[in-house]
Design a protein around this ligand. Structure first.
Ligand SMILES: Cc1cc2nc3c(=O)[nH]c(=O)nc-3n(C[C@H](O)[C@H](O)[C@H](O)COP(=O)(O)OP(=O)(O)OC[C@H]3O[C@@H](n4cnc5c(N)ncnc54)[C@H](O)[C@@H]3O)c2cc1C
Ligand SMILES: NC(=O)c1ccc[n+]([C@@H]2O[C@H](COP(=O)([O-])OP(=O)(O)OC[C@H]3O[C@@H](n4cnc5c(N)ncnc54)[C@H](O)[C@@H]3O)[C@@H](O)[C@H]2O)c1
Ligand code: SF4
Ligand code: FES
Length: 809
């Protein structure tokens, strides 16, 4: 009869150990696994990517249900082991299941540390540890606006970025002056904070939380200095504690974690422990790479294969926030007996530091350019002597660094881990290249999962490829528009054009999307690109749009909507005002507000009231919700103002009537000022028109939002017809070359003003662009009218549908 091995904890470390064991000795044991969570084994690391919208829950499963079946593993999910009877060698769960073991592995992970604050038990106060927490945040963001993340470490910052992507306002509360102080020095930390602030994160530094405010649900946070901030959601990310209660109650020796020796043996015979619950040589790890190393040693031990044991790990980390490159490894802090080589380039926003002690690199911090990360990490782990060539560690000699990445790969043993997040060794990657024909980082990702999580090992995976195939044999890697494809925006649009693809399904099939359903990132993008290339042939895929664009109204924090009717150029009439007032009364609208774009906003409307209200209003949609032309703001201009040189109202109305309903990569705002005093603030708009003597100045690429940008002058023209021609050509060029979700301010910086000017310079080119934009504009219909008229669309606004509609994305 086979011996019985039982694993407590269906998480990353324990299951990885079982995977290794199955590889070494597939038939040695009867295997039983218990997991408290109701899911099969998944990649916890990627919860940050799910929250940020870069991955779906399906993408993060490491071993699905069938894997357990195929390997004859008995899996009990939703079962927490509550007792280990070490005398009778039995485990018992809270659900009443009792199973005997010959060998027992405890891999219960960690518990998030929840600050024991008054009010911490209120609704809306959560940790970020598992799928449930991630789902709670996604759901909360649909209804609420303000999030406070307590803790500016890796987890807190990744949670904050995800919540920003979910359109929440996010404040990060940190107890120290510098965020990520456990991984970064002050210079790198300050650079990181500046970048995250630019992305829209708000920081409350040197703040100690005193209490959580609110009745049943959280409404705010108070600090010990008396300051209070509003909060609809509080995420605590202030560290973790090894989950040791079960071991403790079973008489197993614990300290901070479950104490193990180099062979992962606990104080009780036949009981082992791996993962975050473990304390080895006084260290409890909180990153997966060491846990995989522990698992590999334990697997050998259980398989009866000789092993030198586990001797501890040096760790490296990379923050998984898009647009930010931060890397930290080893002992990064300066000490009395350390010296450092530093490179700082304020122009490019790059900072690199290698800490050296006794001739060896013992730690590194990189910001802005982390391409040296894996090379430095290998040097730290190998303990290579760099005496006399310390500067070359970062600066290189004659262009080359002390040792190239490929040299370092050559010196690595096959067992050494290249991808810490997924536990992939150099040997496994070499095998995938030699036996499965992998020749790019993406091939390796598909075959072995290496580089698929934090991405920090990409340079090292690249070095392994170069080491095996030579520089010419490696296919270059590019980032796809989302995790479902390796194709970039231009390639996808080109394929849509040349292969005449007209639906998202076709694109995903023909271009071999890895996830055949797409994800929340690519689905709306494809819908836009298809509509842009094939305005007549492509049928708008309503289900691919975000909730606001599906419902043609802006969802508010309490789940109600706001209604903004179109008012061309910000001009209204007493008749329309009376009508709006009556409708506001009829539907008991709680708030009527004039917007920044000179429109009237009716806030707090129930979803089921929307179609009726639109019908009563009988006005076009103001599109206050869409990736389209929002408003054309105007000043009073020459009609009334004594400084006005041109009719800015008339010009604004013409522009708005012409481009309303146009789908654009991101929202577009316009303004027209009647003279250079610029009362309509045209120079912070996507397209701003400013009247001058004898003509108009056309300004482009402005943005008054979080990433403030003043416009660039595109050109000066004389007539209103020219304004319409240039604006049409400009918008169409943006539509055809912009990335989905890219505002004109970002697009202009990417493609360059000179490129745009060159594209619009000749009248012939302008007219061709105008002809294409007109073709699209001719097809646009008012969405409110359409919903009022079509019963099947109207139905989706009935109360029963609310839940179903909201779970689509
Ligand atoms: C959002 C997020 C992002 C992260 N990003 C990174 C990253 O980029 N890089 C990195 O290296 N690390 C990262 N980490 C940390 C990494 O996920 C952990 O180090 C790793 O998951 C720990 O593995 P483990 O198996 O020890 O514990 P876990 O993965 O927590 O697994 C333990 C499992 O045991 C179950 N369990 C506990 N007690 C019992 C019981 N009595 N009976 C049955 N089941 C039980 C738990 O429910 C859990 O499912 C991240 C963590 C989070 C939360
Ligand atoms: N990219 C990655 O590698 C990654 C991402 C997420 C999580 N993780 C891991 O998950 C675990 C949990 O992450 P974490 O960031 O919670 O842990 P952490 O211990 O790394 O950071 C917690 C942070 O919270 C701060 N803090 C403590 N008390 C506070 C208070 N009262 N108010 C405000 N700030 C306070 C600390 O100064 C610290 O910087 C860690 O092991 C981490 O390594 C890793
Ligand atoms: S921009 Fe000039 S024309 Fe327009 S309101 Fe201001 S001062 Fe008058
Ligand atoms: S180390 Fe994170 S993906 Fe490889």
């Amino acid at each position: 009869m086979k011996k019985k091995v039982v694993l407590i904890g269906n998480g990353m470390a324990g299951v990885s150990c079982i995977e290794q064991l199955l590889k070494l000795s597939p038939n040695l044991y009867d295997i039983t696994i218990f997991g408290s969570e109701p899911h099969p084994n998944y990649n916890r690391i990627l919860l940050s990517s799910v929250l940020a919208g870069d991955a779906d829950m399906n993408d993060i499963v490491i071993n699905d249900w069938s894997w357990y079946e195929e390997n004859h593993i008995t899996l009990h999910t939703g079962q927490t082991v509550s007792k280990i009877d070490t005398n009778r060698k039995l485990v018992r769960t809270d659900g009443g299941i009792s199973v005997p073991y010959d060998e027992l592995i405890i891999a219960t992970g960690s518990l998030p540390f929840m600050l024991p604050l008054p009010g911490a038990d209120k609704e809306g106060v959560i940790a970020f540890r598992d799928i449930k927490d991630c789902e709670t945040m996604i759901e909360t963001a649909k209804k609420y606006k303000k999030a406070v993340v307590i803790g500016g470490g890796l987890l807190g910052l990744e949670a904050a970025r995800g919540l920003l992507n979910l359109n929440m306002e996010v404040s990060v509360v940190h107890i120290h002056e510098y965020v990520m102080e456990r991984q970064l020095d002050q210079t790198a930390s300050a650079m990181l904070r500046a970048e995250l602030e630019r992305q829209g994160m708000n920081f409350l530094l040197k703040k100690n939380t005193d209490s959580i405010l609110g009745k049943k649900r959280v409404t705010g946070v108070r600090f010990t200095d008396g300051v209070e901030v509003d909060a609809d959601l509080v995420v605590m990310a202030v560290g973790i504690r090894p989950n040791i209660a079960l071991a403790k109650n079973s008489g197993i020796e614990i300290n901070r974690g479950i104490v193990v020796n180099d062979f992962l043996e606990t104080s009780v015979p036949n009981i082992y422990a791996v993962g975050e619950c473990v304390e080895h040589r006084g260290v409890a790890y909180g990153l997966v790479a060491p846990l995989y190393e522990q698992g590999a040693v334990l697997a050998k031990r259980l398989a009866g294969i000789e092993t030198g044991g586990y001797h501890g790990s040096v760790v490296s980390t990379k923050l998984k926030v898009s647009g930010v490159d931060v890397f930290s490894a080893g002992a990064y802090a300066d000490g009395p007996d350390t010296r450092a080589v530093r490179v700082q380039d304020d122009f490019e926003g790059i900072y690199k530091k290698a800490v050296i002690k006794d001739g060896k690199v013992i730690g590194a911090v990189l910001f802005g350019d982390i391409s040296d990360g894996s090379r430095l990490f290998a040097m730290i782990r190998n303990g290579e002597d760099v005496t006399g060539k310390e500067k070359e560690v970062l600066l290189g000699e004659g262009g080359g660094k002390a040792k190239s990445g490929v040299d370092l790969v050559a010196a690595m043993s096959d067992d050494e881990i290249v991808c810490g997040c997924n536990g992939v060794s150099k040997g496994a990657i070499v095998q995938a290249i030699q036996e499965k024909g992998c020749s790019s980082i993406n091939d390796i990702k598909a075959c072995t999962k290496a580089s698929g999580s934090c991405g920090g090992c990409k340079p090292l995976v690249g070095d392994v490829l170069t080491y095996v195939l030579g520089a010419d044999g490696v296919k270059s890697v590019k980032e796809g528009i989302c995790g479902c494809t390796t194709l970039g925006r231009d390639e996808v649009v080109e394929a849509i054009r040349s292969m005449r693809l007209t639906t998202s399904k076709e694109v995903m099939n023909v271009l071999e999307w890895s996830n055949t359903e797409g994800c929340s990132k690519c689905r709306p993008a494809l819908n836009y690109y298809l509509g842009m290339v094939w305005p007549e042939e492509h049928e708008d895929e309503r289900e691919s749009r975000f909730v606001n664009e599906r419902n043609h109204a802006n969802i508010q924090k309490d789940g109600t909507y706001s209604v903004v009717p179109r008012m061309y150029g910000g001009v209204t009439t007493p008749k329309d005002l009376k009508k709006i007032a009556e409708i506001a009364e009829k539907y008991e609208v709680p708030l009527v507000k004039v917007t920044g774009g000179q429109r009237i906003d009716l806030l707090g409307v129930k979803k089921e009231d929307l179609p009726g209200m639109w019908a009563d209003l009988d006005m076009p949609s103001g599109y206050a919700y869409g990736k389209t032309l929002r408003t054309v703001k105007t000043c009073v201009g020459s009609t009334f103002c004594r400084f006005g040189t041109q009719d800015s109202i008339g010009m604004g109305i013409q522009l708005e009537k012409r481009f309303e309903r146009l789908n654009t990569p991101a929202k577009v705002k316009m303004a027209v000022s009647g003279c250079p005093r610029n009362c309509a603030e045209a120079t912070i708009k996507d397209f701003g028109v400013v009247a001058i003597d004898g003509g108009w100045e056309l300004h482009v690429g402005g943005n008054g939002g979080t990433k403030l940008r003043g416009t660039d002058l595109l050109c000066k023209v004389k007539t209103e017809e020219e304004v319409l021609e240039w604006s049409g050509a400009y918008l169409q060029y943006y539509r055809e070359t912009g990335k989905y979700n890219e505002r004109t301010s970002e697009w202009l910086e990417r493609v360059g003003l000179d490129t745009v000017k060159a594209a619009l310079e000749s009248k012939e080119d302008r007219l061709a662009l105008v002809e294409r934009i007109e073709k699209t504009l001719d097809l646009m219909k008012d969405p409110w009218k359409e919903i009022i008229e079509k019963q099947e669309l109207r139905k989706t606004f009935e109360p029963m549908d609310t839940q179903a509609a909201q779970t689509i994305l």
